[in-house]
Design a protein around this ligand. Sequence first.
Ligand SMILES: C[S@@+](CC[C@H](N)C(=O)[O-])C[C@H]1O[C@@H](n2cnc3c(N)ncnc32)[C@H](O)[C@@H]1O
Length: 385
Amino acid sequence: MTPAAAPLDLSATLRAAGYTEPELHRLLGITVPDDVGLLNQAPALERLARDYSAAATLIRLFFLETAEPEQHVARVLARRGCADLVALGMLRRRSGKLQARVRIDAVGGQYFVADRRFQGADRAALRLPNGDAVYPASSDSLMLRDAVVVPGARHLLDLCTGSGIQALQLAGSTERVVAVDVNPRAAAAADFNARLNGVENVDVRVGDLYAPVRGERFDVIIANPPFVASPYANAPSYHSGGPRGDRILRRIIAGLGRHLREGGRAFAITHLALRGGEDVQSVASKWFRDFPGRALVLVVETGTPVDLAAAQALFALGRGLEAYAAEVRRWVEYLRRRRIERVSVLLIAAERGVQRSVEVVDAQPRVLPIPLAPAPVERIKKWLG
Ligand SMILES: C[S@@+](CC[C@H](N)C(=O)[O-])C[C@H]1O[C@@H](n2cnc3c(N)ncnc32)[C@H](O)[C@@H]1O
């Protein structure tokens, strides 16, 4: 089956209708797409209740993934546009309503089609090939994108491309990007997204990490690999990074020497699950033992196994609170059995060159609480005299 071709005018239509990142943030009060999850999808919908503007209609359809009356969608996309998107496999018609078969995230002036967050993947959407669900643009995607510095880079490699977000966001500031994903469905979605955004210098390849770029060298290598220390051995390809979270990342770092040009840079994001007595420095030093250059590892957040379990188990909420509680226990037991005591989120930058070092920096936000107004109890005491 050949995946559908992205209609060139769709992104212009979405933009003209106000389906843009600033408008999404303003109308929903969010800063990253996954600020709306299963827990708060309903309140997010309520924020837009009785808002029949073009932007709100498209947010419900493509971002909150609810079915919209066809006449509302037709006011934005016209009857013909609705019919075209149904034929394309992007929308489905059911009892007078239209439902999106993929989600669309608006990020940095571009659009990213991926599998749905709330409704589950629609396998035949856009005639995408079979494969694990395509990871939608999320906070980790954006944290990595914001950390990448690529002045003058001509030849870029995006490993684990998923929806293609890293490759496409950087395509404008470089000559050529190769984007690789092991999941054919993700690679097809990245290709669709390149065309959706009119980007012509991204070459998407299917394969395991460096296999599709054997013998090639790059100025910049970016990777957002699967990094969750997960109890699920058969998890979707975007998810599990083995018991410590670094199973794929270690292979990515091991290949940097072969694929980075002299002076070339690499950027990655990962989780790292640590046992008592272990520290980031000793693990990171092992990762970069054979790397001919220097590396900076920023610890941007650290949590307990319970924090990780509470967040990762959220997917089970759709089956009810009992299912969620069971899932939290499963994750906590898995991490405890492996004697994991904390899980850090790391941002990694590396540069190939003569200097060899691995520097770990605690970059967790330090917040100083400064009360701007007296506490309620102080006001009550003052009022009482
Ligand atoms: C967390 S998602 C990241 C997607 C995207 N780069 C982003 O920043 O949102 C990880 C992606 O890595 C891909 N992947 C997993 N193992 C891989 C491998 N061995 N080689 C290439 N891609 C892989 C998955 O299919 C998935 O699309």
